[in-house]
Design a binder for this molecule. Structure first.
Ligand SMILES: CC(C)(COP(=O)(O)OP(=O)(O)OC[C@H]1O[C@@H](n2cnc3c(N)ncnc32)[C@H](O)[C@@H]1OP(=O)(O)O)[C@@H](O)C(=O)NCCC(=O)NCCS
Length: 150
């Protein structure tokens, strides 16, 4: 029997041409999604934005904001139908490599206390809570601040 080849996973810079597909995924995956304009502005601001493609299909993406020696993870998302297959962890490790390549020694992020999948992913990949930001989200919900030394 011939083995079915596994679709190739590619980690590529996000381009403006990806933004429509990314925004559509974002709307489905997040209760409080970024808008199309947020992604366009992020690319214009020079943030380090990346996509995962599996067999050509866009299956995830992540956005980092680099400062001198720290990287802030602004967004990480896997297409709902592709979640719990290891893609989120693999994407996070790719973004960690990018951050290290820019000379970052620490990665930071904010996450909603109710985001079970996000919290579980970050804990599993070595992030620890370092504080809280009160009323961070739209002046209402708190954010948990997490960090991982690189
Ligand atoms: C968070 C997210 C990126 C994880 O992607 P994923 O591809 O499902 O992650 P993985 O399959 O690599 O999971 C890695 C580990 O994270 C943890 N994890 C991920 N999703 C989880 C869930 N729903 N419940 C519990 N643990 C979870 C588990 O420890 C998992 O390892 P395991 O499957 O061996 O138990 C994905 O759920 C997502 O896109 N969520 C919506 C967007 C979001 O909230 N992003 C984070 C804040 S910006």
């Amino acid at each position: 029997m011939t083995a079915i080849p596994k679709p190739r996973l590619e980690f590529l810079p996000m381009r403006e041409a990806d933004v429509d597909a990314v925004t559509a995924i974002e709307q489905r995956a997040h209760p409080f999604p970024w808008t199309r304009g947020n992604f366009v502005d992020s690319l214009k601001a020079g943030h380090s934005a990346w996509v995962f493609r599996e067999g050509g299909a866009l299956v995830g993406y992540g956005v980092l904001m680099m400062t001198v020696d720290e990287a802030e993870l602004l967004d990480i998302t896997v297409v709902p139908e592709y979640q719990r297959r290891g893609l989120g962890g693999a994407l996070l490790e790719c973004l960690v490599d990018v951050a290290r390549g820019h000379g970052a020694t620490r990665m930071l992020l904010e996450v909603r206390p109710g985001n079970a999948s996000g919290l579980a992913l970050y804990r599993r990949f070595g992030f620890a809570e370092i504080g809280r930001r009160r009323a961070y989200y739209h002046g209402k919900d708190d954010a948990i601040v997490m960090a991982r030394e690189l």
